[in-house]
Design a protein around this ligand. Sequence first.
Ligand SMILES: CC(C)(COP(=O)(O)OP(=O)(O)OC[C@H]1O[C@@H](n2cnc3c(N)ncnc32)[C@H](O)[C@@H]1OP(=O)(O)O)[C@@H](O)C(=O)NCCC(=O)NCCS
Length: 146
Amino acid sequence: MTPEALAELHRAAFTVERPWSADEFRDLLEARHTHLTCAMHGFALWRSVAGEAELLTLTVDPQHQGRGLGTRLMQRWMAQAARGADSAFLEVAQDNLAACALYARCGFATVARRPKYYARHDGAADALVMRAPLGAAPDPADAAGP
Ligand SMILES: CC(C)(COP(=O)(O)OP(=O)(O)OC[C@H]1O[C@@H](n2cnc3c(N)ncnc32)[C@H](O)[C@@H]1OP(=O)(O)O)[C@@H](O)C(=O)NCCC(=O)NCCS
């Protein structure tokens, strides 16, 4: 995927957060340690440094959400990251319910909170820092609960 295609998908999916530009994606892709895990209608951008992986963004085309693609992308990038990292972390807005639920099902647990980190038109939302061990990620299909 080109930086332009990544930016277009990101703009379509991120309706609340500021979308990232093609130049921002180009810089990230050129940076050492950054990896792109792509599917036809989505992608995960992540980096791995000193035994720790970080999910930078996960994006699924709105027209293809809710069909398991986000789950498959999570499984793929976490498996790739496990080759060089023991754990992974990410940051997500607490009011991003879809992403929070997906991450929890993929083995991530909240380890820190940044109060009022994301600006909202009616206030602010906390950022959650979530962490998961790699190598033994649970299969989201096995997760119990609603
Ligand atoms: C978050 C995102 C990547 C999920 O992708 P997806 O392809 O829809 O995810 P899946 O179909 O694999 O759904 C996996 C789980 O996520 C959760 N989920 C997905 N959509 C949801 C929604 N609208 N509300 C609540 N939970 C939801 C559910 O737990 C779901 O499992 P279930 O369908 O068995 O209940 C997608 O919604 C997206 O791109 N959002 C905009 C960008 C974004 O917020 N990215 C993450 C922050 S970096």
